[in-house]
Design a binder for this molecule. Structure first.
Ligand SMILES: [Zn+2]
Length: 139
């Protein structure tokens, strides 16, 4: 009388255990796959072109190497303008009517954290990396 019931219990244990083993194997295979095939990391690649006027963000443009060249005319609130040229090689102010022309003479900027500043127009243009905060930008 005991034997059949033990066998029944054994059967009941055996089948969930089999499922568990299968699940464990699947998990193991899954984690192995995750180790062997790490997901492509999109972080660290996204850069942005940020244009600030008087400390206010005017433009925040995703910057990619394959980006088409374009010019952006930025009007200063008190009159005047800057022309920002963006292409895959970097950013630069090509034209401005400010008296000192410092922004134009800043030339090409292709790396992060080196802003082009036009003081008379209170304009800052920079390439921003993924980790950079705007707090770092001051006149
Ligand atoms: Zn300037």
């Amino acid at each position: 009388m005991i034997k059949p019931s033990t066998q029944q219990i054994m059967k009941q244990i055996k089948s969930p255990a089999g499922i568990l083993t299968a699940l464990l194997l699947l998990l193991l295979a899954g984690s192995l796959l995750a180790i062997l095939l790490p997901p492509k990391a999109p972080e660290g690649t996204e850069r942005r072109i940020v244009v600030l006027q008087d400390g206010v963000k005017l433009y925040d443009i995703p910057y990619t190497e394959s980006m088409h060249a374009q010019s952006l005319r930025i009007e200063a609130p008190g009159g005047g303008y800057n022309v920002l040229r963006i292409d895959s090689g970097g950013i630069r102010i090509t034209e401005a009517d400010c008296p000192d022309q410092v922004c134009v003479h800043a030339g090409l900027v292709r790396s992060e954290g080196l802003p082009i500043i036009c003081l008379p127009h209170r304009l800052t243009v920079l390439i921003q990396g993924p980790e950079d905060g705007l707090d770092a930008v001051t006149y």
